[in-house]
Design a protein around this ligand. Structure first.
Ligand code: EPU
Length: 455
């Protein structure tokens, strides 16, 4: 591992990254106030966007999570000077950008999916790019075929090699007409980050329009880009010759906010999530209310609480924005296990996002997963071998168990299960949770959870 990455991960220790396991005495309602910062799924992309500028950028509300550390380290090995102006503000200076050595890039292999988004900016700035084998949560195959196809359309020559992918653009990058087979968040960002400085006009059909993508559009516009978002998932980008640095406060992390909201509901608690905004959470709030959760919306955040009484079952289908986000289902399933009746969750974004339910069943939940598309429209995973629909029969009382965190959101779901269960649970592999939840250990303490950390 290179020293920058080691330093980055060591500095993550202050957010609890070194903790391997946590023993939780459950059954205590979580109560109190916490604050969420910028969204993991925007901040990391905003950091990559800074590569496109010919002057430094300033990004505010940056959470101290390991995905940010990984991107920071990868920027640094490419000569970008990244400084903390304060604990949550980064200054990113790309003026002395340079190619990195294979070993420095390789040290990041398997650590995140963000490196694929370095391709367009590096091709513009250096004429070449090499990205390591990718990581990220194991919640399906997570191919990068859309990304590579998009880059080829812009004129990149893609060469898959041992340990990563090398790219060049001998004739420069040119605007293209692109239609995505599925509104992929990452592939849409790939187009945005590549098209802004490509020669000519790019038309993207079938774009993802998540709020994090719209905030990336805001950032690129601040940098000098010309981007039009039309109706029906069409985005048009007029390439410009140069971009400058930006100054931006990142959109709040609605996935983290929804996770704490789910924790309040499952534990019978009451949590004020500072920094949460209503518009980006509309769909979540509707479902929360239907289950029997309550919320009060304030200017500076949202209070989520269990108002008493029985929780009600729901039928949910995850979808791209403005649908119910896939990242929300895992934490919420714990509350559904406690609801009075049968709930159905049809996962249509990832083919394999129910692995986490095995541990919930060990704790007393009754969740069956099926290959059929249940509860709504047929999706692209129907008639295939993917267990992508869950039937949750409640109410069930959860009891403590020894469980192992499988992925980021599944891990938070396991934490909620342990916090709401009767008895003691040992949750191991909790380091993964620090990829996307800033200081979750400190927040658990603030909310009155009863737990002990193991090194
Ligand atoms: N897909 C392909 N080929 C591609 C790209 C995507 O088949 O080249 C498929 C995926 O396999 C998946 C679907 O398209 O079935 C959607 O994937 P998408 O590209 O939209 O996801 P992503 O960009 O890899 C981001 C977030 C995820 C979030 C999804 C959906 C980041 C770093 N990750 O992933 O967040 O679930 O969008 O909103 O932004 C998380 O935060 O826990 C997380 C997994």
């Amino acid at each position: 591992m290179n020293t920058l990455l080691q330093d980055a991960q060591d500095s993550g220790a202050r957010v609890g990254l070194t903790a391997n396991a946590i023993t939780i005495n459950g059954g205590i309602p979580l109560r109190g106030r916490i604050q969420v910062k910028g969204a993991k799924n925007l901040v990391t992309k905003a950091m990559v966007a800074a590569l496109l500028g010919d002057s430094p950028s300033e990004l505010r509300s940056v959470p101290d999570i390991s995905d940010v550390q990984v991107v920071r380290s990868l920027l640094e090995v490419h000569g970008v000077k990244v400084d903390n102006i304060d604990a949550e503000t980064l200054r990113l200076d790309p003026v002395n950008i340079e190619s990195a050595h294979f070993a420095e890039i390789d040290a990041h292999a398997g650590s995140s999916r963000i490196p694929i988004l370095f391709c367009g900016p590096l091709l513009h700035r250096l004429g070449e790019a090499f990205i390591p084998d990718l990581g990220g949560c194991r919640i399906g195959d997570r191919p990068i075929d859309y990304h590579l196809e998009v880059l080829r359309k812009f004129g990149a020559i893609v060469d898959k090699q041992a340990g990563g992918i090398a790219m060049t653009a001998p004739a420069g990058l040119r605007g293209a007409k692109i239609e995505l087979p599925y509104p992929s968040v990452g592939a849409t960002e790939q187009v945005l980050l590549t098209a802004t400085m490509a020669e000519g006009i790019t038309e993207l059909k079938g774009a993802a329009i998540e709020p994090e993508i719209m905030d990336l559009v805001n950032i690129l516009q601040k940098m000098g880009a010309i981007i039009t978002v039309d109706t029906d998932r069409v985005i048009r980008i007029e390439g410009v010759e140069s971009l400058h640095g930006y100054s931006h406060t990142a959109l709040f992390d609605r996935n983290e906010a929804a996770s704490w909201a789910a924790a309040a509901l499952a534990t019978g608690g009451d949590i004020f999530v500072g920094g949460a905004h209503q518009p980006e959470m509309l769909t979540f709030l509707n479902v929360y209310r239907k289950i029997g959760g309550a919320f009060d919306i304030a200017d500076d955040g949202i209070r989520f609480y269990h108002p008493g009484g029985k929780l009600k079952p729901v039928v949910i289908e995850t979808d791209v924005h403005p649908g119910f986000m896939t990242d929300w289902q895992q934490p919420l399933v714990v509350a559904l296990a406690k609801a009075d009746g049968v709930s159905i969750v049809h996962e249509t974004v990832y083919e394999n996002r129910f692995g986490f339910t095995e541990a919930l069943n060990e704790m007393g939940a009754n969740i069956q997963i099926h290959k059929e598309c249940l509860g709504g429209h047929p999706c692209r995973f129907g008639q295939r071998n993917f267990y992508h629909s869950a039937v949750i029969s409640g109410p069930t009382e959860l009891h403590g168990a020894d469980i192992v965190v499988p992925d980021l959101r599944g891990g938070f779901s396991h934490l909620i299960a342990a916090l709401s269960a009767q008895g003691t649970s040992r949750v191991s592999n909790v380091g993964i949770i620090s990829r996307g939840y800033e200081n979750f250990i400190g927040k658990l303490q603030q909310l009155g959870a009863d737990f002990v950390l193991e090194g």
